[in-house]
Structure formats: C-alpha cells, structure tokens
Design a protein around this ligand. Structure first.
Ligand SMILES: O=C(O)CCC(=O)C(=O)O
Length: 306
C-alpha cells in the first residue's frame, strides 16, 4: 500500500466511525451502468402487471419468503457484468479498509422503488401509513426475484439479522440518476453510534436534524439525502438509520443493494468503528411492528415527514 492508499483507507474508516456512512460518489462507469440497467429491465413488466389482484392476494396472503433468494434472484447470470461494481478500485479499497481482506458477500439483489402510478388503488389503501412498504407480498410470484419498495421508514439493516453482530455494511448503487423525486435514500448521520436498536425508532425532527433516542441514550443526527447520478455508490454501517419516501416520479428507481461482511482478517476498520458504539452490537429481537403472519400491525411513519 502506498501512503496515499493508507490515507484513503483511514479516511473511509473515519467516515464510517463518525457518520456511519461513506459516500463514494459517482465512481462507476456510467455507460456500463446504463447498459446493465437496460438488460435488467428488458422483457419484464415493471408496471401495474407486477401485482396480484386483490382476490388472488386475499385467497392466500404470504408475507414471508417474498424477497429474492438463491435460485430466484434477477442478478443470477449477471455475475461477470457485476465486476463493474465488485472490481471497482475505489469500492474494493473502501470495503477492504472497513471489512478486511477476504470480506464476504452476504447478499446482492435488485431493489425497485415503485412509482405511485403503477400501484393498484386497493393496495394503496391497504398500505397507507405502514412503516415498511416492501411490496413483495403483493407482487406475482414470478417477479419476486427483485425487492420492491413503496417507501420504508428509518431502519437499520440489522433489522433482518436477529442475534447477528453488526459486522457488515450495505453498499447501494444507483444505475440511473436519482433526484429528490426518485425515492432517494435518506440517511441519519451519526445514528449508528447508539448501536443496535429495535424498530420502529424513537425519532423527532428539528429541521435537518433528528433527535434519536435508544435504550436511554440520545443522539443528534443529521439528515443526508443521497441524490446522485448514474454510477453513484454509498455504503453504510448496519446500525445506520436510513429510509425512503414513496417514489413520486412517474418511473421506477432501480438500484443494486449489496450486503458485505467482515472477513477473517486479523484486523479490520470495522472493529475500530464498533468499539466506539455506545449501545449493543446485536439484538435478540430487532422489530416489533409485525404480527405473527408478518403483516404490519403498526401504522406509523417518520421518514415521510422528512
Ligand atoms: O430502496 C429503497 O427504497 C429502500 C432500500 C432500503 O432501505 C434497504 O434496502 O434497506
């Protein structure tokens, strides 16, 4: 490693320690991103045809197991094309600084922010005010190789990992420009400091600052909206609060979402980051918003006030 590389690696770790996020910016080849997006979109329905009709949904509601999984993931078959992301020098260096040599790919998938215009009225009425509008339950089974959102309240990505230590990051890639109207990610910088916390979160807005409470601790966090052009990349700690508002544009927002974990290396920046967290690194239960079937039992949403 050159001195410049070492300084860059330290800057990435310092960013994640202080803010809970590192913004790579528009580091990916825009033409390759656009070509990948065109191929991912080709020959599929991204409109109203995604959804079950109300009677079909009510005949057998399935709230669990509706996200991509091995054998049902639109990115399968695109491994070589994804080198665009996975071999990008800035991204590899950032991940190595934080997670150590030999970091582990936990998951990669396509996430679609679904525009209001394609969601059927019956479904809009049912999901209004829900904190987590992952629409997987309502899309036809053949389309569940992508995760579809109509906004999701501030949450930690640790929410999906009961009992696991927060030893991973989320890497998010925009394959097309994302403006304020395209359901950009909202992050609360500094929120990771309170460690693992049960969803939904205790947040109160004051301008661009949010007062966040967890476990008797309090933090003043700063809202950052991730707008960016084609090839924009950012990564955040598993305890960093983030969310999206419903997509206001007339077209979908298609992104790549990776989860990457600390590898077997003796040292990794993540250890230093986690040593600074004030709260727990893991939780036996990560959320209290769902009923026994996995349906929403709480109507509340804070990110929509942002
Ligand atoms: O893309 C979105 O709308 C939400 C994504 C998100 O927050 C997540 O995948 O954890």
């Amino acid at each position: 490693m050159t001195l410049a590389d070492t300084a860059q690696a330290e800057a990435v770790v310092a960013d994640v320690a202080e803010r809970g996020v590192h913004l790579f910016g528009e580091v990916l080849d825009p033409a390759a991103c656009a070509a990948l997006l065109a191929d991912l979109k080709a020959g599929r329905d991204w409109g109203a045809g995604l959804f079950l009709d109300e009677a079909a949904f009510d005949a057998d509601p399935q709230y669990r197991g509706v996200n991509p999984r091995p054998g049902r993931n639109l990115l399968e078959g695109y491994e070589a094309r994804l080198k665009l992301v996975e071999a990008n020098p800035a991204i590899v260096a950032g991940l190595t600084a934080l997670l150590g040599e030999g970091y582990v790919l936990m998951d990669r998938k396509v996430v679609c922010g679904v525009p209001a215009s394609v969601i059927p009225d019956w479904l809009k009425a049912r999901i209004a005010g829900n904190p987590v509008n992952n629409l997987g339950a309502f899309v036809k089974p053949q389309y569940r190789d992508v995760t579809y959102f109509y906004g999701i309240d501030f949450h930690q990505d640790l929410i999906d990992f009961k009992g696991r230590e927060a030893d991973f990051v989320t890497l998010y890639i925009y394959l097309a420009p994302v403006t304020r109207a395209d359901a950009p990610l909202f992050l609360l910088e500094g929120s990771h400091r309170l460690g693992a916390s049960v969803f939904p979160h205790d947040l109160a807005r004051d301008g661009e600052t949010w007062r966040y409470r967890s476990d008797g601790r309090e933090a003043a966090t700063t809202q950052r909206v991730l707008t960016g052009g084609t090839g924009y990349a950012a990564m955040w700690h598993a305890c960093t609060l983030h969310g999206t508002q419903p997509d206001e544009a007339d077209h979908e927002r298609i992104s790549l979402r990776y989860l990457l974990a600390r590898g077997p290396a003796a040292e990794a920046g993540m250890d230093r980051v986690n040593a600074t967290l004030l709260g727990p690194l893991a939780l036996a239960d990560t959320r209290v918003d769902l009923d026994a079937e996995g349906a929403a039992r709480i109507k509340a949403n804070t990110v929509n006030q942002a």
